[in-house]
Design a protein around this ligand. Sequence first.
Ligand code: PGA
Length: 248
Amino acid sequence: MARRRIIAGNWKMNKTPSEAVALCAELKDLVKNDDVDVVYCVPAIDIVPVVEAVKGTNVHVGAENFYIVDSGAFTGEISAPMLKDAGVEYVIIGHSERRDIFGENDILINQKVKKAFASGLTPILCCGESLALRKADTYKEWIERQITWDLDGVTADQVKKLVIAYEPIWAIGTGETATADQAQEVCGLIRSLIAKLYDQATADEVRIQYGGSMNAGNAAELLSKPDIDGGLIGGASLKPDFGKIVNA
Ligand code: PGA
């Protein structure tokens, strides 16, 4: 079946609110494409102005993180109802920077996936191996374990709406992209795992992105692979190049 392509920018901790609005204006015409879901995942403080700035365009807004409780004494956190009320549709969960720098584990990530669905947000669930695991040739088992844990208790109907981003950590922000064949191998593996954990119909619907130094030069080849349905783009999402990736 034909899956709709999804190209998401992960702005990370970049752009002040006024810079964010300026970037939206700069990218507005470049990211036009009715056949692709275009998403800007932006820092929490940029969400409100970015939702306003992309009104009337084809761009959807995502968050980069949230916490699993609706409200209360959780200093510094932001909740799913807050994101929904602000106009957010997607949320990145389990990015390697959250796992490695902020200590998020698969138990919390699994809770976040379930909470996002319960709140009407679409998770962009990230997985990916370190260079050490790639070199040790244990990356396939690692990815399978991450996905299996992160989707524990998630229903097939939910997985059909899920976006999974395969992001090898050694390719993030390093300029070293996985080859299209390396990316396809793991994205195909993830789809087979979904078929095993759920069923083929669910595997056929789940959208799988590649992420890690995707840019205007390598996007078309990566996106031509059968199990790569889109990209999660860091550095290149902050530049006019992002429009080229959307239209690759
Ligand atoms: P990059 O980041 O495109 O800058 O490598 C991707 C990501 O971390 O989502």
